[in-house]
Design a binder for this molecule. Structure first.
Ligand code: NAD
Ligand code: MG
Length: 347
């Protein structure tokens, strides 16, 4: 494993707002990322037009936020930079609807590489194709910007016909607040494949299965569901918060010596060579496009497996137990909210 950082990181000083000065940016979609990008760009003085379906419930919201709204094809036709922020599964259809309005020298701007990397959108050869992907949900991208803070992001250039693709993407990153925190250069392939691997093997899939299997092991051995819930799910947040603040070291430092020794001596027994092989197989199916095909076909078929898996996950015993326990301990949540409130007041 390499132990030196080799990524290029761009900051405020590396970005030149002039690259967006005479440009119109169409932001297609007004969801998590869309509303944040559109408002931050607008507040940064960039000319923004939001593209939404005529029956979209967001139309009034975007107008109430002081933005100009048009249909996606009108917005794209009027724009120089077209930021595609509708859900990934919807992007190919939206792209079809706007493709007539894409002109030579325009920029197609993404926040995730899936559709470009897996060829679900095949852009014309005479446009720039870039990515600025904030590493956080949209409401934080907006809140951080308003607080004068930044949100870290990724930058990638897939196609550069104007010669300015990277500089224009950096100006976009600056306008939505990412350059204040730092923008890491990557590629569409790396962003897409690491993102999919991470959410499948570690963040969403891995952690949910670790929690459920730990819970089931305790309950099957006769321990109470309440104890199993607290041990295997509730305490996860405390541990992850420590890792977020100071890496694994902060976590090991903060737990008892008994927990540290027990964890160090047993952790690799749980995530053993077999689990590593499974992770490698998950990665392989991301890399060879098998997962992408599976997900595309699943959507075309109306999401039958997805629906079934969701239902099964939702009816797991840990979810019922958790709901009851969280309602009994609601005071804990209220406390946390008022802490957040007072932290905000102090800030
Ligand atoms: P979202 O689901 O929050 O919002 C999508 C918006 O698109 C909706 O609010 C609506 O305005 C519009 N929309 C939905 N269906 C549509 C349709 N059929 N036709 C036209 N418009 C439609 O999406 P999001 O989470 O903001 O994701 C947008 C992009 O940002 C994706 O590429 C995603 O991978 C990427 N991204 C998301 C996050 C995140 O935390 N949410 C983080 C980084 C990158
Ligand atoms: Mg992700």
């Amino acid at each position: 494993m390499a132990n030196e950082l080799n990524a290029t990181i761009y900051y405020e000083d590396d970005a030149d707002p002039n690259y967006l000065r005479n440009e119109t940016v169409a932001v297609l979609g007004y969801g998590s990322q869309g509303h944040a990008h559109a408002q931050n760009l607008n507040d940064s003085g960039v000319d923004v037009i939001v593209g939404l379906r005529e029956d979209s419930s967001s139309w009034e919201a975007a107008e109430a936020d002081g933005l100009t709204v048009a249909t996606p094809d009108e917005a794209a036709a009027a724009a120089d930079v077209i930021s595609i922020l509708v859900p990934d599964t919807v992007q190919p259809a939206v792209y079809e609807a706007i493709s007539d309005g894409i002109e030579a020298g325009n920029t197609l701007q993404f926040a995730h590489g899936f559709n470009i990397h897996y060829n679900q959108i095949q852009p014309p050869e005479d446009v720039d194709v870039t990515m600025i992907a904030p590493k956080s949900p949209g409401h934080l991208v907006r809140r951080n910007y308003e607080n004068g803070e930044g949100t870290p992001g990724l930058l990638a250039v897939y196609q550069d016909v104007t010669g300015d693709a990277k500089q224009r993407a950096l100006a976009y990153a600056q306008a939505i607040g990412c350059a204040r925190a730092g923008v890491v250069e990557t590629t569409f392939r790396e962003e897409t494949e690491t993102d999919l691997f991470g959410e499948q093997a570690v963040l969403c899939g891995g952690i949910a299965s670790l929690v459920k299997t730990g819970y089931e092991t305790l309950v099957d051995a006769g321990y109470s569901p309440e104890m199993a819930y607290f041990e295997c799910l509730n305490e996860m947040k405390l541990i992850v918060d420590l890792m977020y603040e100071g890496g694994l070291g902060a976590m090991w430092d903060s737990v008892s010596d008994t927990a540290e020794f027990g964890g160090l001596v047993r952790g690799d027994e749980i995530i053993d060579d077999h689990a590593r092989e499974n992770m490698e197989s998950v990665l392989e199916r991301v890399q060879n496009g098998e997962f992408a095909r599976e997900w595309i076909v699943e959507n075309q078929a109306g999401r039958p497996s997805y629906t079934q898996l969701r239902e099964a996950e939702g009816s797991h015993e840990i979810e019922q137990v958790g709901e009851e326990l969280r309602s009994l301990f609601a005071w804990a949540q209220e406390d946390e909210e008022s802490d957040e409130e007072s932290a905000r007041v102090q800030a």
